[in-house]
Write a protein that binds this ligand. Structure first.
Ligand code: BGP
Length: 479
């Protein structure tokens, strides 16, 4: 028999600081690496900068009121490190931390549980200039300084803490997610070194939540795409297992077992890509246990076998910048291990992301069976072009269809025993995409702006806004 969603299940949505806040240089905030990367994206591709984004910094009361209207019981957002510590460390920026106090109190006054992300791609630029940001091990100490301050500040208001957003995606798409000087961009080992520094930072943050927050729970937010084999050929099944090891288990084994996945680590060592691990690192990682795993699920992946005959070098996935199906330049190839391919059974978004609700159930059941820890969805959604009609409506039935099927799949996983804490689709409101500007929209609320012109960032409710309101009011019964 199908069970109902638990009464205390959290319904909400997610955003991240640099993608939604704007006010990039206001009230003492200094730039993060994303302010710099997105200025380049504007220059090269014409995508919006992070200067104004959706201007939530000035609209947060209106935005929280809309969350309340939809019935949210949680909101996942991130803290901008360089708003709190403009130089990364040192003096706190009083006005910066006050913004988060105000936001959190506004949420709590409206019965919305804050779910904080400590780090979402936006390393303070001062630390990039000082020592290269995450490239240098010193970042772990500086992150600890920042995280301790924030966790202490909100320990009585915030129960759920996600540490670092999407280490797996940072490894795969590192120059979009980290500022890497051009002369280092070919050094793939550094991707895994950065990830190792993040593993240390993640473990420290988990320990701190346990130490400082009464009843506090901590976990990473991981970008996760389950991998299918292209065919039932044993070689393809093996390739899918390899891709699963390198793209997914390499992270989840750290969070829950405190070890690097053996197959992935073997492959990385063979290819000179493994991170340098110092004495005591693995003990620290193992001691920073996660209470849950937060998952950002948009698509599944598909892999097939790939011989290593020496003719092809390791090749990373490209990004679809055009927003036209099929425009993704390249797919990942790890010679001798696997190559990623298009799944012929699935349709895609205009940015080539495979639409796969079954993958949601597949991922949740698999992870819960293997690690036996509660899960939450901290991102899931459809990036699409929306049209504002003359009578100021947005008929985003395609988004409703996507979300409906994914919620149903999550529910099915729960019927099979998976313990879920929350569902936070991406995103509560339209915002700046990590790599496609503002025309690729995800929100329940339309933000009236273009890549070139932020206008007034007027908020307009989409059809999906009213649909999600009903979903929440019925505690997921009415999809
Ligand atoms: C995740 C990120 C988010 C978000 C989302 C959609 O990887 O955590 O920050 O933006 O993907 O991706 P995009 O913005 O590239 O469409």
């Amino acid at each position: 028999m199908n069970k109902a969603f638990p009464k205390d299940f959290l319904w909400g949505a997610a955003t991240s600081a640099y993608q939604v806040e704007g006010a990039a240089y206001e009230d003492g905030k200094k730039p993060s690496q994303q302010d710099v990367i997105n200025k380049d994206n504007y220059r090269i591709y014409g995508f919006a900068t992070a200067d104004v984004a959706s201007d939530q910094y000035h609209h947060y009361k209106e935005d929280v009121a809309m969350m309340k209207e939809m019935g949210f019981t949680c909101y996942r957002f991130s803290i901008a490190w360089s708003r709190v510590f403009p130089d990364g460390v040192g003096e706190v920026n009083e006005k910066g931390i006050q913004y988060y106090r105000d936001l959190i109190h506004e949420l709590k006054d409206n019965g919305i549980e804050p779910i904080i992300t400590l780090y979402h791609y936006d390393c303070p630029w001062a630390l990039v200039e000082k020592y290269g940001g995450w490239l240098d091990r010193q970042i772990v100490k500086d992150f600890e300084y920042y995280a301790r301050y924030v966790i202490n500040e909100f320990k009585n208001d915030v129960k759920y803490w996600t540490t670092i957003n999407e280490q797996s995606i940072i490894v795969q798409f590192w120059t979009q997610k980290c500022y890497i000087p051009e002369d280092l961009q070919d050094n793939d080992q550094l991707r895994y070194q950065i990830n190792h520094h993040m593993n240390l930072a993640h473990a420290i943050a988990c320990k701190m939540v346990h130490e400082l927050v009464p009843g506090g729970l901590a976990g990473a937010a991981l970008g996760y795409a389950p991998i299918y084999p292209l065919t039932s050929r044993p070689e393809d099944a093996m390739a899918a297992q390899n891709a699963q090891a390198l793209q997914n288990d390499y992270y989840t084994d750290i969070y829950f077992k405190g070890i690097y996945n053996k197959a992935a680590q073997h492959y990385l060592e063979e290819h000179g890509l493994a991170p340098k691990i110092e004495e005591g690192d693995m003990e620290l990682i193992a001691s920073g246990t996660s209470d849950f795993l937060a998952l950002n699920y948009y698509y599944s992946g598909c892999a097939c076998s790939m011989e290593d005959d020496g003719s092809v070098k390791l090749h990373w996935a490209g990004v679809n910048r055009e927003g036209k199906k099929g425009a993704t330049s390249t797919l990942e190839q790890q010679p001798g291990f696997y190559q990623m391919c298009k799944n012929p059974n699935l349709d895609t978004t205009d940015w080539d992301w495979a639409i796969d609700p079954v993958g949601m159930e597949y991922m949740l059941r698999d992870l819960y069976n293997r690690y036996n820890k509660p899960l939450m969805i901290t991102e899931n959604g459809l990036g699409a072009y929306d049209t504002l009609t003359e009578d100021e409506k947005i008929h985003d039935d395609y988004r409703i269809d996507y979300l409906k099927k994914h919620i149903a799949a999550m529910k099915k996983a729960m019927d099979y025993g998976v313990e879920m804490i929350a569902y936070c689709p991406w995103s509560s409101i339209d915002l700046l995409s990590t790599s496609n500007g503002v025309k690729k929209r995800y929100g329940f609320v339309y933000v009236d702006r273009t890549d070139d012109d932020p206008k007034e960032c007027r908020r307009i409710r989409k059809d999906s806004f009213y649909w999600y309101k009903k979903v929440i009011a019925s505690n997921g019964e009415e999809l």
